[in-house]
Design a protein around this ligand. Structure first.
Ligand SMILES: [Zn+2]
Length: 241
């Protein structure tokens, strides 16, 4: 998947917008080179679960419903990871300690789910939002049994995942916004190449489907269809084919 960034150097020089295409890898910060040869360091201000949900949405829009369900499901798993990490941060754990703890669960999604449920439930004193059993069974059929879902089934699954993420992340945003910001910055540190001294550093803010940076008053109030039509309008500018 490609995302469109911009040359921070050109922008600083004379406010010129020079787009640069980035091939996404497992990172949120990249060294980009524009067609003038300027090198700059660009941090994508999106959580990996947002990029995965967008990846699922792109597949959905192109008619690849199996791939869409797979990416929505991966997005949810990575969302649980962020929740666990942010909730551990809220208990004053250092980056290194969080990393060590995560290693214990990183290879088994059931362990991650357990950690998410326990940490979320103890922090907010309410049942953690989870996929209903029927929906989880549908996901397993698609991912593990090679089932081809219909368009409406993929849309319904996307809708369920999106609402779940919105519901849980609203609590995180309201209660732990500082920890969330620190998490995003920590992700930015894990770049393809760390910024060289003197290199111009910029950030890339785009509206993802989840749209984590939307103002709280409107955050998570859209339906899947509404978010989809918003996303479709921005699509070409953010994710080139
Ligand atoms: Zn440039």
């Amino acid at each position: 998947m490609k995302i469109v960034g911009r040359c921070v150097f050109c922008q600083g020089l004379d406010r010129t917008y020079t787009p640069v295409q980035i091939d996404l890898e497992d990172y949120t910060a990249y060294q980009v080179v524009c067609d003038q040869g300027h090198i700059s360091h660009l941090e994508i201000r999106l959580f990996p679960f947002e990029l995965l949900f967008d990846s699922g949405t792109l597949a959905f829009l192109d008619g690849y419903y199996r791939e869409a369900v797979g990416s929505f499901a991966a997005s949810l798993e990575r969302f649980y990871e962020i929740c666990v990490r942010v909730l551990l941060r809220a208990r004053d754990l250092e980056e290194e300690e969080i990393g060590e703890l995560w290693k214990v669960m990183s290879r088994q999604s059931e362990r991650q789910l357990g950690a998410y449920a326990a940490l979320y439930g103890s922090r907010f004193r309410e049942q953690p939002p989870l996929l209903p059993e029927k929906v989880a069974a549908f996901r397993n059929d698609v991912i593990h049994k090679g089932r081809f879902p219909r368009r409406d089934q993929a849309a319904e699954f996307g809708d369920t995942v999106l609402r779940l993420i919105w519901r849980a992340s609203k609590n995180l945003r309201a209660d732990l916004s500082e920890e969330l910001e620190r998490e995003l910055s920590a992700l930015g540190m894990k770049s393809v190449k760390p910024p060289l001294p003197g290199l111009i550093v910029g950030t890339l803010d785009v509206r993802s489907m989840v749209n984590m940076r939307a103002p709280m008053e409107v955050y998570g109030t859209e339906s899947f269809a509404e978010a989809l039509s918003r996303f479709e309008k921005d699509r070409e500018m953010i994710y080139p084919r």
